[in-house]
Design a protein around this ligand. Sequence first.
Ligand SMILES: [Zn+2]
Length: 389
Amino acid sequence: MLAPFDFYSPSRIVFGWGRRSEVGELAKSLGSIAWIVVGSRTLEQNGVITGVRRLLESAGVRTHVLTTITHEPSTHDVDDTVAQLEGLRSEGNFLLAIGGGSAIDLAKAVAGIVTQRDWSVWNYLEGVGRGLKLEIDPWPILAMPTTGGTGTEATKNAVISSYDPPFKKSLRDARLVPRIVLVDPELSVSVPPATTAWTGMDAITQLIEAYITKKATPPAQALCLEGLRLALPAVERAVQDGRDRMAREAMAQAALYSGMALANSGLGLAHGVAAALGVHCRIAHGLACAVMLPAALQVNREVAQGPLARLARYALDIRTDDDAQAATMLIAHVVELCRRLNVPQSLAELGVRREQLPELVAGSHGNSLSGNPRPIDDAELTQILERML
Ligand SMILES: [Zn+2]
C-alpha cells in the first residue's frame, strides 16, 4: 500500500540557460502591470533589470520597479512596500521578483497582503499577531531566482523577520506559490563566491532535511535524491568558477528541487536553529544552515540511518548494503565539503556567545524543528549548541 500525499508546486516552471529572453510573453499571461522586486544592486548595474523591463514592455506589459532589497525581509519592509501600492490597485497587477530568496519572499508577502483589508503582515504571520488568514486571492507572482540556493521560488511561504521583538516567521498560504517560475541559471554567474557557497549549502541542507523529515512525501523525496546528486559535485565548482555553466545549471536546478521538496515535506533541526541564528545573531540563512548541517546529521544519524543511506547510494553512488556505513559516508562527505568551502565549524566563529543560548533554543522551535526525524527537547538542544560553541 502506498502512502497518500498532497503536492503543491508552481503552475509552470521554465528552466534553461538564457531563457530570460522569454520573460515578456510569460509575464503577459499573468497581467498587464508588473511590480518588480529586485534582489541585488548588481542586477541593476549589469543591465539585467533594464533588459527584463524592455522585454515586458515589448510584450505590452507596463513595468514599475517597486523596491530593491539586499537583506532578508522584515515586517517593516513588507508593510512599507505594500504602503507604496496605496491607491494603485487595479486590474492586471502582478509581482515579478528577480533575485535571491529575500526578493522572492518579499514579493510573496506583498502579493499576499496587498489584496487584504488589514495591511499589517504581522497579523498574518504564523504564531504571532492576530493569526489572520488571507481572505482574498493574492496577486500572481512570476519568480526569477538568481542565486541557486533558497528554492523559495517553489514554496508557499514567505519567511519574514522581526528584530524587535525578535522572530522569524512564515506567511503561509498555498496561493503564494509563484504562478510562473523562470529559472535562467545564467543570471547566477554574477553571484559572488561566498554567497554561492552559503546559498548552495542551503539547498543541500534543504534536500537532505526534506528527505529525512518525518513529514516526508514520496514525490518530494524523489526530487531530493536527484537534487542532491546534482548539487554535491557542483557547489564547489560554482564557488571556484562562477562562469562554470554546468555547475551553475546544476545548482539552479537543485535549488528549485529543494524548494519543491521543502514546500511539501518541511525541514528539520538545521533550519530550526538557522531561523534563531538569523534573528538573534543576524547570521545569513545559508551560512547558518551550512554551520548546522553536520551537527543535525549527527543528531539524526541513528533514527534516519535508512533514508541517509539511500541518499548516499543515489547521490554519491556509494555501493554498500550496510546502511550504517553508507550513512556515515554521506555525513563524512558533507563535513569535508563544509571544510573545503570554509564553513565555520563552531558557533563562536559566528560571534555567538554562551549567554545567547537560551534565546537561541527558544527561537529554534517552529515549523522546521517540528519535522525533525525525532523530537528534540530544550535540554538536548542546549547540549547540542553548547558542544558547537
Ligand atoms: Zn533554507
